[in-house]
Ligand binder design. Structure first.
Ligand code: GAR
Length: 220
């Protein structure tokens, strides 16, 4: 990516969009030199769409319920995303299982954020599962998206403590505060050309990242 052409980013959401807001805030403050080209939600009426509208970002809805199959929806979604000519697709609370055709199409140029220290707790209810398992720490991972659900190579992880009095809600708040720091960071790395995926692995500044990605450790 040259400095004259900003990285074009399309953000996919399904809900509240606090991660989208973190990207908007970072972009608007000058911290994140990208072009937030479009926001697409698979659910109508979600707060994330209002956040996009407030920031003046083109936004739209592609309701998965209008499609007879996952394959048909993903095909339509590819067409809509590609009409915005993105360099990077950012999944920010996009709660869909993706087809291999979709993940293959954006391989190496699609990031996801998942609220656990992957490979632990893929899927849903991650905060409660970490508490129920008696874990002393928990966290969040940004990773490249591959065909494996929550399984692509990690880029950055933030680790936080779990305290005895924690509920899923208090733990989610602690984790989300970190989400809003590490997602703009990962997008910035990608946009500057410092981060890439090669042979199924994440590289930062030409160096192979460890399995957990770049670790930001607030636990202990
Ligand atoms: C975030 O906590 C994100 O980590 C999670 O959804 C939430 C969306 O919040 N993503 C997943 O669970 C993906 N498997 P937001 O809409 O406020 O950004």
């Amino acid at each position: 990516m040259t400095s004259t052409k900003l990285c074009r980013v399309v953000v996919l959401i399904s809900g509240g969009g606090t991660n989208l807001q973190a990207l908007i805030d970072a972009q608007q403050s000058g911290e994140l030199p990208v072009q937030l080209t479009a926001v697409i939600s698979n659910r109508p009426g979600v707060k994330g769409l209002q956040r996009a509208a407030d920031a003046g970002i083109p936004h739209g809805i592609l309701d998965h319920k209008a499609y007879e199959s996952r394959e048909h929806f993903d095909e339509a979604l590819i067409q809509l995303i590609d009409s915005h000519k993105p360099d990077l697709v950012v999944l920010a609370g996009f709660m869909r299982i993706l087809t291999p055709a979709f993940t293959g199409h954006y391989l190496g140029r699609m990031l996801n954020i998942h609220p656990s220290l992957l490979p632990k707790y893929q899927g849903l209810h991650t905060h409660q599962r970490a508490i129920d398992a008696g874990d002393s720490c928990h966290g969040v991972t940004v990773h490249f998206v591959t065909a494996e659900l929550d399984g692509g190579p990690a880029v950055v992880q933030a680790k936080v403590n779990i305290f005895p009095e924690d509920t899923a809600d208090t733990l989610a708040q602690r984790v989300q505060a970190q989400e809003h720091i590490i997602y703009p960071l990962a997008v910035k790395w990608f946009a500057s050309g410092d981060l890439l995926m090669e042979n199924g692995l994440s590289l930062l500044n030409g160096e192979l990242l460890p399995h957990c990605g770049h670790l930001i450790d607030h636990s202990g």
